[in-house]
Design a protein around this ligand. Structure first.
Ligand code: PLP
Length: 379
């Protein structure tokens, strides 16, 4: 029996490998490996795709967030409101610029920031909100922007898992002042290595981002600010240009797979399927269910979710847990003093979530194996 991985990039390479090889060889022959026309063309294409005027490519999604915070001059003494139920980079970068992340609990249905709780977390020090479009599902940006506007806060969208997702017909990354993207290989638009980008409609912010990503210089060897080295390689840009053309098709395939998971899983007791919000169009970076248990049934302290995951593995299905420990309870944030139970929806999600295999090339047979496996475990 072949084990079904959580994601598989080899089929995608079989499909477009020849195009990728040609593009990479072209860059190798050009002798121009960092920056240059290919990177600039990719930036313009991604800006057009997202629906903004400016795109600044960089080395990773983490750097995109860091550069965005730096460009907005957010730093020591400032607070940044965000979700604890995310990849560490969202909080880590706020801390890296010297700001303090303020974690607000999530909505149980979407796993995204609970917008009803944002205003209570705003203080005179609050400078920005970083919503994360988790698992590909967009945050209610209409409501979030209204809150931000009323309190004069900047919004940095963490779009790392949501390239192509839309809220009310607008692509994520074009709604807040800044959008941050990751091209980590398993993201919807993935490079063959690390990569990231920042989008904005503000040319001044874009100019600052370009300066910061290149050692704080506008040209030559004159350094206006402490910057970093965070440029996108020409090889990655060449690969991303090709993959961008396929992105909508791949996202549509993910949608078909998600719809089929919904149908097959909706009536299994103990499984809560993810739901799309009415104005949102998810790109299904992950298909994440909740494995819920009656606390009275809980066996010897081991979570039902973890038992299911182990059993699924023995049936040849690798599932993932994003995320087992929310940021507010991580060792790095001990000094912030959050307690278990303080953000109960996040704590609970961490105990219940299970991400099933999800990638555009997942076959019907593989999907059936996942579903039968899951039914077996819970039967
Ligand atoms: C992947 C990810 C990042 C970081 O992106 P990298 O390219 O891996 O640095 C940031 N935020 C979220 C929500 C992510 O999933």
């Amino acid at each position: 029996m072949n084990t079904i991985p959580p994601f598989d990039l080899s089929d995608q390479y079989k499909l477009i490998g020849e195009e990728i090889n040609q593009a990479v060889l072209g860059v190798l022959a050009s002798g121009r490996y960092i920056g240059g026309a290919i990177v600039e063309t990719f930036e313009q294409q991604l800006a057009d795709y997202v629906g903004v005027s400016e795109c600044v490519a960089c080395n990773s999604g983490t750097d995109a967030l860091y550069l965005a915070l730096r460009a907005l001059k957010i730093g020591a003494g400032d607070e940044v409101i965000t979700t604890p139920f995310t990849f560490v980079a969202t909080g880590e970068t706020a801390s890296a610029v010297g700001a303090t992340p303020v974690f607000v609990d999530i909505d149980p249905q979407t796993f995204n920031l609970d917008l009803r709780q944002i205003e209570a977390a705003i203080t005179p020090r609050t400078k920005a909100i970083i919503p994360v479009h988790l698992f590909g599902q967009p945050v209610d940006m209409t409501r979030l922007m209204a809150i931000a506007h009323a309190h004069r806060l900047t919004v940095i969208e963490d779009c790392a898992q949501a390239t192509g997702a839309e809220w009310a017909g607008q692509k994520v990354g074009s709604i807040g002042q800044i959008g941050c993207f990751s091209f980590y290989p398993t993201k919807n638009l993935g490079a063959c290595g690390d990569g990231g980008a920042v989008t904005t409609n503000d040319p001044k912010i874009a100019a600052t981002l370009r300066m910061l990503r290149d050692h704080g210089r506008r040209s030559g060897y004159y350094h206006e600010e402490f910057g970093v080295n965070s440029r996108l390689d020409a090889i990655q840009a060449a690969i991303l240009r090709i993959k961008l053309r396929y992105l909508d098709g791949w996202n549509d395939q993910r949608r078909v797979i998600a719809d089929r998971y919904h149908q097959l899983l909706k009536s299994i007791p103990s499984v809560v399927i993810p739901q799309e919000t009415p104005n949102g169009r998810s790109v299904w970076n992950q298909y994440t269910v909740r494995i819920v248990e009656d606390s009275s049934q809980s066996e010897s302290g081991k979570l039902l979710r973890d038992r299911v995951r182990t059993q699924l593995q023995s049936k040849g299905v690798t599932s993932m847990v994003y995320y087992p420990l929310p940021l507010h309870l991580q060792p790095i944030y001990k000094s912030l003093g959050y307690q278990p139970g303080q953000l109960p929806v996040s704590d609970r999600a961490a105990h219940e979530v299970l991400s099933l295999p999800m990638f555009p090339e997942l076959s019907i047979e593989q999907q059936d194996q996942v579903v039968y496996g899951l039914k077996d475990c819970l039967g």
